[in-house]
Design a protein around this ligand. Structure first.
Ligand code: SAM
Length: 326
């Protein structure tokens, strides 16, 4: 009965006390009720719809050295690639013919793509596909650069905060990166008018329940349109190669909590979730997620965008995906 009360309160008030959130995060005791409630909330707001976003991973060059990431600049084994504007437009053409109406351009922080080059890419997509949303996910930039992207026709931006507490952020990133700047970017993107997505890795090294609580509180403060979470998965050529990966259980529990906290949010069931479990993305959708992002990148580069080991969707089948409506 207590379990149901707690979940009912989260469903109706979209909030709980710190100690209640910690209880939900740290035990599986509430999972059955939690998943049912999250699924119900998703259906009330979105019916059976699952939104499809075409992901174009257009560069794996990165000037950053995040300790967890396979495309960090310090990974000298990574085979690097960049897509040209024409390559990207071909991905969009294929996606459009398959019915995709949102293109997500994601990449490392690659200085090759100056503001002029990036804006030319965005405005070409905007001109060819006026009915489509253009989402960028290219990291931390200045406000001026974000404004240029927006004027060129981009309307959404994904930038996970990664972790909301400074002490933890410093354990995951080198000294030249700061949580303060990442958060500043997110608030600037919102002010400019982007629909903003943020999020974090579940089970990243050194993450404790208090960190996750801080992530939930930060998301409340930011109030993003999209929330992307996925399990941390180790990569063999990073300093964290021996760290344990995050779990399916905690990731889907957090998807369900986020659905109840943010009933209208767009929450993807991520590739990382599909990588740690063959049914991961389906389980994410059943626990409240409502977005999937099949890979539209050219087949020959898919296996090179290796953020973590054994990443799925590297084969011919990816654009078609394995999407079933729930
Ligand atoms: N450069 C952009 C940025 O910083 O937002 C976008 C690319 S970045 C590789 C996209 C996301 O991949 C990051 O926000 C991070 O959460 C996720 N990621 C990186 N390494 C990962 C890993 N080992 N396991 C799971 N997710 C990872």
């Amino acid at each position: 009965m207590d379990n149901i009360n707690l979940i009912n309160r989260l469903s109706s008030e979209h909030n709980l006390s710190d100690s209640e959130f910690l209880k939900l995060i740290t035990t599986s005791e509430y999972d059955a009720e939690l998943f049912l409630a999250a699924d119900k909330t998703r259906r009330e707001n979105y019916k059976a719809a699952v939104y499809i976003r075409g992901l174009i991973e257009f560069t794996n060059y990165c000037k950053n050295d995040c300790f967890y990431c396979g495309i960090r600049c310090g990974n000298k084994k990574a085979v690097r690639y960049r897509l040209t504007r024409d390559d990207i437009l071909m991905c969009c053409a294929e996606g459009y013919s398959l019915g995709f109406r949102t293109f997500v351009l994601q990449g490392g922080e690659d200085p090759y793509y100056t503001d002029d080059i990036m804006c030319e890419i965005v405005s070409s997509i905007r001109k060819n596909y006026p009915d489509c949303a253009i989402t960028l996910s290219v990291g931390e930039k200045t406000r001026e650069t974000y404004e240029k992207y927006f004027e060129a026709g981009a309307n959404r931006y994904l930038l996970r905060h990664e972790t909301a507490l400074d002490e933890h952020y410093k354990k995951l990133h080198p000294n030249n990166m700061s949580l303060e700047n990442r958060k500043k970017c997110l608030f600037e993107l919102k002010k400019i008018g982007f629909q903003v997505g943020s999020g974090f890795m579940v089970g990243s090294p050194y993450q404790k329940p208090d960190n996750i609580l801080a992530d939930l509180r930060f998301l409340q403060e930011l109030s993003p349109d999209m929330i992307g979470i996925g399990p941390y998965i180790s990569h063999e050529d990073t300093p964290f190669k021996d760290k344990k990966s995050g779990s399916l259980e905690l990731t889907i529990r957090l998807i369900a909590i986020l659905r109840l906290m943010f009933p209208y949010a767009l929450i993807p069931s991520t590739t990382a979730l599909g990588t740690i479990h063959p049914e991961g993305r389906e389980l994410g959708l059943k626990a409240g997620a409502n977005v999937v992002m099949p890979n539209l990148s050219p087949v020959k580069v898919r296996k090179l965008y290796t953020l973590y080991d054994n990443k799925i969707c590297t084969g011919e089948e990816a654009a078609q995906g394995n999407v079933k409506e729930h």
